[in-house]
Design a protein around this ligand. Structure first.
Ligand SMILES: Cc1cc2nc3c(=O)[nH]c(=O)nc-3n(C[C@H](O)[C@H](O)[C@H](O)COP(=O)(O)O)c2cc1C
Length: 154
């Protein structure tokens, strides 16, 4: 599976999660502000992660989403995650990102995921990098199941 993980990170926590996911799926990784559409050429799965800022994706992530061309993700799978506080008032950036990626033609591979930080600057809560690795592993298996189903012998 050819994959790209895009992230934004003010204090480095989302970057750490993005690194763990990219390593887990054997994908490339790029900061969202350095993104250019040629990076999508062979990509089969695009993962986008952002810190939650005021219940929304971060500003650079929002810019990236605003400039995504219509249908640029057609035929590609997408998955999203966010980082933020463990609180019911935390908000959700990942689902907002997902909606925009789907509007650009992306097909949702899995449910969104959230990774918890203890304070705004971090650190990540204990075990969150292991959860990120586990999520990456689920992305890989779900992709294999959906996109390349095992041949069915009779
Ligand atoms: C301006 C600002 C607004 C924030 N708003 C929220 C929020 O609405 N909900 C939340 O859970 N966390 C919020 N946070 C905490 C961030 O989500 C946290 O800083 C982030 O997960 C850390 O990731 P990073 O190190 O990649 O920047 C906010 C942080 C900042 C700096």
């Amino acid at each position: 599976m050819k994959s790209l993980v895009l992230y934004e990170s003010k204090y480095g926590n989302t970057h750490k999660v993005a690194d763990a996911i990219a390593e887990g799926i054997g994908g490339k990784i790029c900061c969202v502000s350095d993104f250019n559409p040629t990076m999508l050429a062979d990509v089969e799965l695009l993962v986008v992660g952002s810190p939650i800022h005021g219940w929304q994706p971060s500003e650079d992530t929002g810019q990236f989403l605003t400039h995504l061309d219509r249908e640029v993700l057609k035929g590609k799978y997408v998955a999203t995650f966010d980082t933020g506080f463990k609180s019911i008032l935390s908000g959700n950036a990942a689902s907002k990102i997902l909606t925009k990626l789907k509007r650009a033609g992306g097909r949702q591979l899995m449910a969104t995921e959230k990774f918890v930080v203890e304070k705004a600057e971090g650190p990540l809560a204990p075990g969150e990098l292991d959860r990120a690795k586990a999520w990456a592993s689920s992305l890989q298996s779900e992709y294999n199941r959906i996109a390349h189903p095992a041949p069915h012998f009779v």
